[in-house]
Design a protein around this ligand. Structure first.
Ligand code: ADP
Ligand code: ADP
Ligand code: ZN
Ligand code: ZN
Length: 751
């Protein structure tokens, strides 16, 4: 290989999915951005070829002995890939992990905070593990470090307007004249005739929480030794601290009505032991530090000037600064990772890698600008550049012009989607792209148009005094019968306002977001949209056989893969691997089923058709209507049988949109529908949204994309900033008005 080629990852003859035998070179230690309409083949090059080959090579590093236990990773369909370094994929998959995984744990910042407390916290209490809620030494013993706990719901247990004699305790065990009731009445500890509302705090505390004591009591003239304890104390020991499975179903039900989940009463949600919580630095304990927004926390940490802590303070501020740099300054370290959005998750993962010390790695990003306001895109760019400058190769699939602009190298894939794509249209600098006549090049040159004739609303839906998360008592009207765009920087409160508050008041709204649509591994666009039912019927009547034969779940399905076409192998320490079924070769049905034809095609051949091809093939009115809807949302290139699990978030969202399009008189809520869409596809999306509005629907879109914002009938701009510095409506009005609104950051980007 020539000296020159060492500087490039060289791919020759790539043919995965729709790729037409493409060859290209990607400069090492540079930022290369892949552009092109969705379905053109960007992911087929970046993920299915480059990343797949890297995984396979990684596997070859294992000894032959270990490899015997691993699946044989198929080589990507390509002639050669040279000069590849280890690839790390930083995607938008949500960070799961349950309540024990937080922003602090996932970024490895929490261990440093604990170290800091163990070094300079007062009073000094021991090693760093004392401050970890994942460690038996540090966790709150009451809630095992979860911070939340099942507890007794007081409002259901006491009627304070009554005395004990009148039955103030509502628990079934304490019914008037019951044994437990008598114990309490006769114990002499409590005034049986005073209303509970007149009890002092101390008396109430005793009634509820007194520890068990032996008391001698007189019953029917006989002296007895009995145990008396506070009613909640007793209830907790008897029912809550016990394994529910040992209780009868009836008891479980009876107990459940008095119980609700709430913050742990011992640590008040802080998850840590009392010893850990009493240790402070500059007056703050570790729970207070962890619940502080990162932007404020970094200032607090900088104020620690104890020389013992200097190295720890330095590494901590460095990492916190990365979070600030990437625009996550509104998050807190104790934020549970499963509540982060896809875009936030990707940026958090990015920070983790920035702090690591890997070099000569190929980093692959999938639309990292998702969820970022135009104001913050430059921060993303700076982080990508930092990764590059550490000596890594950075490969990015992206649609945002502001990211594309800063690429060292651009690969434009096209010209269109599916079979009409799969070739390289342009390779080179950004300036060169602008000068080219590719779809991407020509769209980058178009100026923004602000909508002129905005529609008049037919009415309004009001939100009053919303206060969830960072919302600062927000009251706002959402106009009906028009297209409203809700915008604002990340963390300003858009999702909280629309997804949490608005949707909880209007449960009839149709929500179209990016969450996965696959109900089972057998789901595909044909089953999801209902086309499969019509197709099965057509095959059945054409061949005079039972339509059940043509279902993946039936006798007609391949027995080896149960109609999946692939076989999954689960591995303990790697992600599960999917290999084509050896029996049916991925066609999913038995030979005898494949012999039945509809206009010359077998069921497997129909499922391999793209939406575009199927539109030519089918004449059935219902099928054509559903196919047309998919075509309208830009999914022409998808095949009917492609498993939904292989679709991107943006594609899932458009499939949902397609199957909901025919409903009328409804409220639609779309959460960042431009995700995964090329600039040239956004026009189609806008056309669909406008069609929905013209048919009498209300459309509400959460979006950062300037093309969409500029075409709104009405804009609601949240801000001014993220987190505690946001949570207000800073502007309501039309695109023509927002550019004059002083306080709107969004407005400045539309000029
Ligand atoms: P992009 O990343 O540019 O949006 P993709 O590389 O994902 O495009 O898709 C290119 C083509 O390959 C499309 O026609 C798509 O439907 C098809 N394709 C992608 N993944 C698969 C798959 N797992 N199985 C079958 N077809 C696929
Ligand atoms: P946007 O949609 O504008 O990006 P969000 O509504 O997601 O903003 O977030 C607004 C604020 O509420 C942020 O400070 C965010 O960290 C916080 N927040 C959002 N969801 C949760 C949650 N599930 N738990 C705690 N805080 C949250
Ligand atoms: Zn606790
Ligand atoms: Zn099979």
């Amino acid at each position: 290989m020539s000296e020159l080629n060492q500087e490039y990852i060289v791919i020759s003859g790539a043919r995965e999915n729709n790729l037409k035998n493409v060859s290209l070179r990607i400069p090492k230690r540079k930022i290369t951005i892949f552009t092109g309409v969705s379905g053109s083949g960007k992911s087929s090059i970046v993920f299915d070829t480059i990343a797949a080959e890297s995984t396979r090579l990684l596997n070859e590093n294992f000894s032959l002995f270990v490899r015997n236990f691993l699946p044989k990773y198929p080589q990507p369909d390509t002639d050669a890939i040279e000069n590849l370094s280890m690839a790390v994929i930083v995607d938008q998959k949500r960070l799961g992990g349950g309540s024990h995984s937080t922003m602090g744990t996932i970024t490895d910042i929490s261990p440093i905070v604990r170290l800091l407390f163990s070094r300079v916290g007062q009073p000094y209490i021991g090693q760093a593990s004392m401050f970890s809620f994942n460690d038996p030494q540090g966790m709150c013993p009451e809630c095992n470090g979860i911070g939340r706990r099942l507890g007794v719901d007081m409002s259901k247990v006491l009627d304070k307007s009554r005395s004990l004699r009148e039955g103030a305790v509502l628990l079934a065990d304490y019914k008037v004249n019951s044994w437990d009731w008598s114990m309490i009445m006769e114990s002499g500890f409590y005034d049986p005739d005073k209303k509970l509302s007149d009890y002092t705090e101390e008396e109430l505390e005793q009634l509820l929480y007194a520890k068990a004591r032996k008391v001698e009591m007189q019953f029917a003239g006989k002296s007895m030794n009995v145990t008396v304890e506070g009613i909640i104390e007793k209830f907790t020991n008897k029912y809550i601290k016990r394994d529910v499975k040992t209780m009868s179903e009836r008891t479980q039900k009876a107990v459940a009505q008095y119980i609700s989940e709430g913050p742990c009463s011992s640590c008040r949600g802080a998850r840590l032991s009392q010893a850990a919580l009493s240790c402070r630095i500059n007056g703050l304990n570790i729970a207070e530090v962890s619940s502080m927004e990162v932007g404020q926390l970094i200032r607090v940490i900088r104020e620690i000037n104890d020389p013992v802590a200097a190295p720890v303070v330095k590494s901590l501020t460095e990492r916190l600064q990365h979070l600030v740099d990437i625009g996550l300054d509104y998050l807190t370290l104790d934020r549970e990772t499963d509540t982060l959005s896809g875009g936030e998750s990707q940026r958090v993962k990015m920070v983790k890698h920035l702090s690591g010390s890997l070099v000569d790695v190929t980093y692959i990003f999938d639309e990292p600008s998702v969820g970022l306001h135009p104001r913050d895109v430059h921060r993303l760019n700076e982080l990508l550049q930092k990764l590059r400058d550490k000596g890594n190769t950075v490969i990015v699939v992206e649609h945002d012009p502001d990211v594309i602009k800063m690429a060292d190298h651009i690969v434009d894939v096209g010209p269109h989607a599916g079979s009409r794509g799969g070739t390289i249209m342009y390779e080179g600098s950004f300036q060169g792209l602008l000068a080219s006549s590719t779809l991407t090049g020509s769209h980058m040159k178009r100026p923004l148009q602000l909508k002129q004739d905005c529609r008049q609303p037919s009415g309004k839906l009001s939100i009053k005094n919303a206060q969830l998360h960072n919302l600062q008592n927000v009251s706002v009207d959402i106009p009906t019968g028009i297209l409203t765009v809700v915008t604002g920087v990340a963390g300003s409160g858009k999702s909280t306002l629309i997804n949490d508050i608005f949707l909880s008041q209007h449960s009839d709204a149709i929500v179209i977001d990016q969450s996965a649509v696959g109900v089972s591994t057998r789901s595909n666009p044909a089953t999801y949209t209902g086309i499969m039912d019509d197709v099965r019927k057509a095959f059945a009547s054409a061949n005079k056989v039972n339509q059940g034969l043509f279902s993946f779940n039936s006798k007609g399905a391949c027995e080896n893969c149960q109609g999946l076409g692939v076989v999954y192998t689960d591995l303990a320490f790697l992600e599960s691997v999917k290999l084509p079924c050896e029996v049916c070769g991925g066609r999913r049905f038995k030979e005898e089923v494949l012999a039945y034809k509809l206009n010359g095609k077998s069921i497997a051949e129909v499922l391999e058709m793209t939406v575009e091809r199927a539109l030519e093939f089918f004449e059935l009115k219902e099928v054509v209507r559903k196919l047309q809807a998919m075509s309208d949302v830009g999914l022409n290139y998808i095949t009917l049988g492609q498993p939904l699990s292989t679709l991107s978030g943006g594609e899932c969202q458009r499939i949902k949109l397609a199957s909901e399009l025919h409903k009328k008189g409804s409220i639609y809520v779309l959460d960042e529908p431009t995700t995964g869409l090329h600039m040239s596809d956004i026009g189609h999306l806008l056309a669909i949204m406008n069609r929905l509005v013209d048919a009498g629907n209300t459309v509400i879109v959460i979006e950062h994309n300037l093309d969409v914002i500029s075409q709104a009938d009405w804009i609601i701009d949240m801000g001014p900033d993220g987190g505690s510095k946001g949570g207000q409506v800073v502007f309501e009005g039309t695109p023509q008005e927002i550019i004059h609104a002083e306080q709107s950051i969004t407005g400045k980007h539309l000029i």
